[in-house]
Design a protein around this ligand. Structure first.
Ligand code: MG
Length: 251
């Protein structure tokens, strides 16, 4: 497989492989051993959905040294994670809605790991076998609430606070990717996944020793330095090398 997306036309929701701008519809279980149509399906009239519908979203904090520095917090000795509500997901081209216009609300570009098989207590060395692929994400955050409450569930779980997609790339080295965020065309975040403090395999391992991960579950691997506020009308683009760009606007 390669780039896998999820699409909708009317009541018909389906997965497809995306190759050179053409869609090849997937038959069978996306997490099993699916086959693909030989003839492409026209893109016209299709909505692009989030590529998966997870039972949970695990988000990891302070996983790039420069971001930990800008928050003034020490580096965690173990991965620091919390849960984001799956109802916070929006697809590529979806609109981010700011719930409290008087608060500071920030973009955060992140590489997302997509789980492919049920996994519990796996070692980092064996974790890759349980990963379906990788996609782009944002971990939008109400910074005002985060500061006031000192815990991270509410400030990151508002509807529309997790843009994800557009596609899952199943054949990629997750630790050799540039990761960038552009706000209205201006480069705001610019890093590389080799700078992750805990890499994708270590994160899957650590999370799986605490919580069982299911096919389609998401781990957001943390944001690099350069975080900043969003305002209505912004166009936010996450570009990760080898992945299709994730573009969202702010309502
Ligand atoms: Mg984050």
């Amino acid at each position: 497989m390669a780039a896998i997306g999820r699409f909708q036309k009317g009541d018909d929701v389906f997965y497809a492989k995306v190759v050179d701008g053409e869609l090849y519809r997937l038959r069978g279980d996306v997490f099993g051993s699916p086959s693909f149509d030989k003839k492409p399906t026209p893109f016209k009239g299709l909505r692009t959905l989030t590529p998966v519908s997870p039972t949970k979203i695990i988000a990891v904090g302070l996983n790039y040294a420069d971001h930990a520095r800008e928050t003034g917090k020490p580096l965690p000795k173990e991965p620091l994670f919390w849960l984001k509500a799956p109802t916070s997901l929006i697809p590529d081209n979806g609109k981010i809605e700011i719930p409290f216009p008087g608060h500071r609300t920030d973009y955060e570009a992140e590489l997302a790991v997509v789980i492919g098989r049920r996994v519990r207590n796996v070692t980092a060395a064996a974790a890759a076998r349980y990963i379906f692929g990788y996609t782009a994400a944002q971990d939008v955050t109400d910074r005002t609430i985060q500061k006031a409450e000192g815990q991270w569930a509410r400030c990151k779980s508002f509807d529309t606070f997790t843009p994800l997609g557009p596609y899952v790339e199943t054949k990629i080295n997750p630790h050799d990717l540039t990761i960038q965020l552009f706000q209205n065309g201006q480069l705001r975040q610019n890093s590389h996944t080799s700078q992750l403090i805990f890499n994708c395999f270590e994160l899957v391992s650590f999370v799986s020793t605490n919580i069982t991960l299911m096919p389609g579950d998401i781990i957001l691997t943390g944001t690099p330095g350069g975080i900043g506020p969003i305002t209505s009308g912004d166009r936010i683009e996450v570009r990760i090398h080898g992945l299709a760009p994730l573009v969202n606007t702010v309502k």
